[in-house]
Design a protein around this ligand. Structure first.
Ligand code: XUL
Ligand code: CO
Length: 431
């Protein structure tokens, strides 16, 4: 045991207490026939909670963690503290980037050896812990070698380095029994079109993703390959802009049956969408996978990665998750970080506990809306004409026949209310 969380004890569900506890998240509570824990499938993101030093564009490190530094010994201390936090929170999952968990070496080989040492260390911890791996991923955006992209880099050697990195991370994810592998291309995009061959870069990205999918099958990794869309930041423009753009990309390279989406709340907002829009679209395209839960500051326009605290927004998001049939390999990863003034160990615990409570409230509200059924009934009623014989035969007809039908049947369509305010009032009863 380290003494990092020395004054904090394991969190329990105590709805009426004012202690540091869960007030809404009750893992064993049954929601729509399933334990709440199995619905939400919470994961802690290693990078924000244990690797991020608290910097922003105007200031450097604010956190003073005893494990900061690039040695194997410190990486092990970081892992010890991480698993202590997982245990305090009782979370079923965590997620990592290679760079979060291991010290960078002087060469690829040295970094690989460091990585493998830490993967063994984490795997050992997982043997006696409830917390397992939701997904692994490669950080191919922080080191300067990736400044012009990873798979989309103008330099083929960076493409090769990136391929070697993903192979390593996919191997480790597979070995640890990870349930998914994520690709987020923070620098797979451009800063200026003036120096960018957009066509070539997209082809490189397509080939790269094909290689990842081929390798997944070769090693027998049964988890999902997930792409995480984001429109910009750090790049001015990112190729994986949003769900619709990524779907077009997957279709172009014949990968739409192989790859699903990891959808992040803050990224949806940056793309000018709502979280629920991205979730509903992915579901309708058959590519919904997992979520990164957080929230952006609606005024600043950055990806601020704050812990969620808006229950109505989260409820509508889980409503779409439930409509998609819930998570299979996916889960709720807190891709969220403390504010840089939140210096104390207790802030890390409170942030996650609060986020878990907000998600629990959202899930319960979403389940109540599904169980009530009025929303779905009203939606279905709106489209009832398409379920009737006349509507169905229109879809099997042709332009000329449909045109003739309009006159022969004296068609006279009557506008009907969309009932938006009624529906919003209805949702308000549940959140
Ligand atoms: C960055 C982001 C990443 C991915 C994993 O905005 O969301 O942390 O989730 O690389
Ligand atoms: Co994310």
């Amino acid at each position: 045991m380290t003494d990092f969380f020395k004054d904090i004890s394991k969190l329990e569900y105590k709805p009426d207490s004012t202690d540091l506890a869960f007030h809404h998240y009750n893992p064993d509570e049954i929601v729509m026939g399933k334990r709440m824990e199995d619905h939400l499938r919470f994961a802690v993101a290693y990078w924000h909670s244990f690797a991020w030093p608290g910097g922003d564009p105007f200031g450097g490190q604010t956190f003073d963690r005893p494990w900061f530094g690039e040695t194997l010994e410190l990486a092990k201390l970081k892992a010890d503290v991480a698993f202590e936090m997982f245990d305090l929170l009782g979370v079923p999952f965590f997620c990592w980037h290679d760079a979060d968990i291991r010290p960078e070496g002087a060469s690829f080989k040295e970094s690989r050896k460091n990585f493998e040492t830490i993967i063994d260390y984490l795997s050992e911890k997982m043997e006696t812990s409830k917390t397992q791996l939701l997904w692994g991923t490669a950080n191919m955006f922080s080191h300067r070698r990736f400044m012009s992209g990873a798979a989309t880099n103008p330099d083929p050697e960076v493409f090769a380095w990136s391929a070697a990195t993903v192979k390593l991370c996919l191997d480790a994810t597979h070995k640890m029994g990870g349930q998914n592998y994520v690709l987020w291309g923070g620098r797979e995009g451009y800063e200026t079109l003036l120096n960018t061959d957009l066509k070539r870069e997209r082809q490189q990205a397509g080939r790269f993703l094909q290689m990842v999918v081929d390798y997944k099958h070769k090693i027998g990794f049964k988890g999902a390959i997930l792409v995480e869309p984001k429109p910009q930041e750090p790049s001015k423009h990112q190729y994986d802009y949003d769900v619709a753009t990524v779907y077009g990309f997957l279709k172009e390279f014949g990968l739409e049956k192989e790859v699903q989406m990891n959808i992040e709340q803050g990224h949806a907002i940056l793309a000018g969408h709502s979280f629920e829009h991205e979730l509903a679209l992915a579901n309708s395209l058959g590519i919904f996978g997992s979520i990164d839960m957080n929230r952006n500051d609606y005024q600043s326009g950055w990806d601020t990665d704050q812990f969620p605290n808006n229950v109505p927004e989260v409820a509508i998001a889980y409503y779409e998750v439930l409509r998609a049939g819930g998570f299979t390999t996916g889960g709720t990863n807190f891709d969220a970080k403390l504010r840089r003034q939140s210096l104390d160990p207790v802030d890390l615990i409170a942030a996650h506990a609060g986020g878990m409570d907000v998600c629990a409230r959202g899930l319960k509200a979403a389940a109540a809306m599904i169980e009530d059924g009025t929303l779905e009934a009203l939606r279905n009623e709106r489209y009832a004409g398409w379920d009737a014989q006349a509507g169905q035969s229109l879809l099997n007809s042709d332009l000329e026949s449909v045109a003739a039908l309009v006159e022969t049947s004296n068609m006279d369509p009557q506008p009907k209310s969309g009932r938006q305010e009624v529906l919003e009032n209805l949702v308000n009863r549940f959140v």
